[in-house]
Design a protein around this ligand. Structure first.
Ligand code: PLP
Length: 226
């Protein structure tokens, strides 16, 4: 990237458009727009690209790497209104840093990570909201626990004292997402979980219709990642 070839800057208008689409889908589904948190996924983007969204009042951001997020956000972490979400896979040895930085962790998918997070919360005195990530399309290359393993992982998480508020998924690419969103919504309901982290740039409106409480939107706000 050179000075003559700057990364496109997201505008307040892209944010307003995404927010309006969320509100419209919420209205169609008879839901309160305020019950849906728009997470602006700012991974790979730097502060000059992010600042216009902050200026427009966006306070909820998603990152997929702990170190990148710490470098980028530590100066702004003092703002109590800022909400940082970890949406990418988490290694157990980074659990402590993740607990120190994030308000929510969307990628809890195995018992060893549950234990590492529980220890980090105990030591750090912070308790970020946790979502259990489900490999909803049963894809070998994807993160997330298998659907059959979800009950045991949830029991383990609750026994360890993790504040689990919901489920998260990334459906298979290039297929209709709605059936996977509906399955995640049913699993959450069956297990008494209110949070549903689902929907990305290509399918967040569908996700809101099916009950998403958190949508994770990157490229529709920032443009394509380089
Ligand atoms: C990158 C990412 C997103 C945002 O994807 P877009 O298609 O750019 O909106 C959402 N969720 C997860 C888990 C991601 O890794």
């Amino acid at each position: 990237m050179t000075a003559s070839d700057p990364e496109p800057t997201p505008s307040a208008s892209s944010l307003a458009e995404v927010r309006a689409r969320i509100d419209h889908s919420a209205a169609l589904a008879g839901r309160e727009p305020a019950s849906i948190e728009l997470i602006a996924v700012s991974k790979t983007h730097l502060m000059p690209q992010i600042q216009p969204l902050l200026d427009a009042g966006q306070l909820s951001f998603g990152e997929n790497r702990v170190q990148e997020a710490a470098d980028k956000w530590s100066a702004l972490r003092a703002n109590p209104a800022l909400r940082l979400h970890l949406v990418g896979q988490l290694q157990s040895n980074k659990a402590e840093a993740a607990v120190a930085l994030f308000n929510a962790i969307h990628s809890v998918d195995r018992g060893s990570l549950v234990d590492a997070l529980a220890r980090a919360m105990e030591r750090g005195g912070r308790r970020p909201d946790c979502f259990l990530q489900v490999n909803i399309g049963d894809e070998p290359q994807k993160g997330g626990c298998g659907i059959a393993e979800l009950p045991a992982l949830l029991t383990h998480s609750r026994d360890a004292g993790l504040p689990v508020i919901g489920l998260m998924c990334v459906p298979p690419a290039d297929t209709e997402a709605a059936p996977y969103f509906a399955l995640l919504a049913k699993l959450a309901k069956d297990h008494g979980l209110a949070g549903l982290s689902m929907g990305m740039s290509s399918d967040y409106e569908t996700a809101v219709l099916i009950g998403a409480t958190h949508v994770r939107v990157g490229s529709a706000l920032f443009g394509a990642r380089g």
